[in-house]
Design a protein. Structure first.
Length: 525
């Protein structure tokens, strides 16, 4: 409803502009946290289609109520195709939104860089959009600094829109940060971590949508999950699963998604329950390759090697039938892990090799796709691990160096990307291990020191990050073995003690303290 004649509309909303083929995930997270901060009805984001011929009216109505327009800028926001749209396509929704926002003298525009995007060259933009970066200051929301960056952005938006954030916002943001650390403390596999992250985003979305009476319960589930207790969060998705189970076919996808969310959370404390709910999800969606793969991962960690092999083979069959190359590679790598755990190194090498071939093809198609490049690097490391186990040091060194080359290129592209920096550190350590086995102490020392340098930098960025602290311990131990210097062991022991005091030393790593004390010549505990 428009304001009455002569009465100015009250501007107390937030408008999010984003491009669906650019930063949909990051804009979704910002959307959820802005709703958590200011209320679910105070933030507009075009999540679903709003109808041909209707979208201009609805967008303009939303803009007329908004005090702030958050323009989410990802890496593809101004790529060749999207830049053409910004210049030539009057029907482009993003162009329309921003032209209207920039022309409005009553609105603050907040260009927000996400997913490592840099500030686009304003000279390359159409003149009507150049003020986006020439007049307004760009904010940056990074993956590593998500909690602080989001808090700062929310505070700025609140000040401009004269909105007061909910009193529990800081606590919820802090809990979200602890949950991300929890993923690493529990030593989940990469695919499992990704599944858990999606589930946490689903839980965040529930919190953003919650009515006043539901918020406290979901906030407590969030807080419990941050402490490592996933049961309340599991219960929330179990209730959703129970409500959907047995319903008509078109709703089975929601039932499967709820079951997957329960399973992803249960991995943190009860792998048996995770297995059970992955199976429930697969019953609801029998042709879901990812669910079969996640089931295989859970069964493998549960010690059921035969069951894991069957699940990965099913995932592979589904992915191949659907032409899902990424899913095919993931399933083949899962089979490789099964064979390697069973000591069947020949079959493991064959499975990894087939996955590597597909990844090389994908990476060659689009060298700018950093995700495919990173996947290729990981495949080389997996092949290298098998070759080490087979006693082929030269072959392993060649594979590791290929993986290292890709990791170096990625790390150079974005030094702030900690995941890529860690990949680089791991590659150096693996190369060092092979050189030690070959008797090349000097070469190993050089590789270990490069890995240590990266590990020290990461650990200094976030002393509470258990995985990075553990990497630092490993680097110090390897250097002590090559040099014979006990100071490295003492440094590693101090880090382990600090982790133990903070409660971030995972139970499976409890042996570290005793082993380090023994190496340092102290009485074992």
């Amino acid at each position: 409803m428009s304001a009455a004649p002569g009465i100015a509309a009250v501007r107390d909303h937030v408008f999010i502009s984003y491009r669906r083929d650019d930063a949909r995930g990051a804009s979704g997270r910002l959307y959820d946290w802005l709703r958590i901060a200011f209320g679910r009805n105070r933030v507009f984001r075009d999540v679903h289609s709003i109808g041909v011929g209707k979208w201009r009216d609805k967008i303009e109505a939303a803009l007329s109520r908004s005090a702030v327009c958050v323009a989410v800028i990802g890496p593809r926001w101004a790529d060749a195709e999207n830049l053409r749209r910004l210049h030539e396509d009057d029907g482009d929704m993003v162009r329309h939104e921003l032209v209207k926002a920039l022309a409005c003298g009553e609105m603050t525009v907040a260009p927000t860089l996400v997913e490592g995007a840099g500030v686009p060259d304003s000279a390359g933009l159409p003149a009507v959009l150049r003020p986006l970066f020439e007049v307004w200051n760009a904010r940056r929301v990074t993956e590593d600094g998500w909690e602080d960056d989001t808090r700062r952005l929310i505070a700025e938006i609140g000040a401009e829109a004269k909105l007061v954030a909910m009193p529990d916002l800081d606590t919820l943001l802090r809990d979200a940060g602890r949950i991300s650390e929890l993923e690493q403390v529990r030593h989940l596999q990469a695919g499992q971590i990704e599944g858990l992250r999606r589930t946490v985003e689903e839980l965040t979305g529930k919190l953003a949508e919650a009515a006043v009476g539901e918020r406290a319960g979901l906030a407590e589930a969030f807080a419990a999950l941050a402490r490592g207790d996933s049961r309340a969060a599991e219960d929330a998705f179990e209730r959703e699963y129970g409500a959907q189970a047995g319903v008509m076919a078109e709703a089975r996808g929601r039932s499967a998604e709820a079951a997957r969310n329960v399973a992803n959370l249960a991995l943190l404390r009860d792998v048996g329950k995770a297995v059970s709910f992955y199976r429930k999800a697969l019953e609801a969606e029998p042709e879901h390759a990812e669910t079969a793969r996640m089931l295989g991962r859970a069964l493998l960690s549960f010690g059921d090697v035969r069951g894991a092999e069957a699940a990965f083979r099913r995932s592979l069959e589904i992915a191949v039938a659907q032409g899902n190359l990424w899913g095919e590679v993931a399933a083949r790598n899962g089979l490789g892990d099964v064979f390697q755990s069973a000591g069947d190194l020949g079959s493991a090498k064959e499975a990894y090799g087939k996955g590597l071939g597909i990844r090389e093809e994908l990476a060659a198609r689009d060298p700018a796709n950093t995700g495919w490049q990173r996947d290729l690097s990981v495949s080389f490391l997996k092949i290298g691990d098998v070759l080490v186990a087979q006693g082929d040091g030269a072959g392993a060194l060649g594979a590791y160096r290929k993986g290292l080359g890709i990791a170096e290129d990625l790390a150079a592209r974005d030094p702030a990307n900690t995941e890529w920096q860690r990949d680089l550190s791991v590659s150096f350590l693996k190369i060092g291990d092979v050189l030690v086995a070959q008797g090349d102490g000097a070469g190993a020392l050089g590789a270990y020191r490069k890995g240590l340098g990266i590990a020290e930098e990461l650990a200094a960025r976030d002393p509470a990050n258990a995985e990075w602290q553990r990497d630092l311990i490993v680097s110090f131990v390897k250097l002590s073995e090559v040099t014979g210097e006990g100071d490295y062991v003492v440094k590693a022991l101090h880090i382990a003690f600090a982790m133990q005091e903070r409660g971030t030393l995972a139970p499976r790593d409890a042996w570290l303290v005793g082993e380090l004390r023994r190496r340092a010549g102290l009485e074992s505990v």
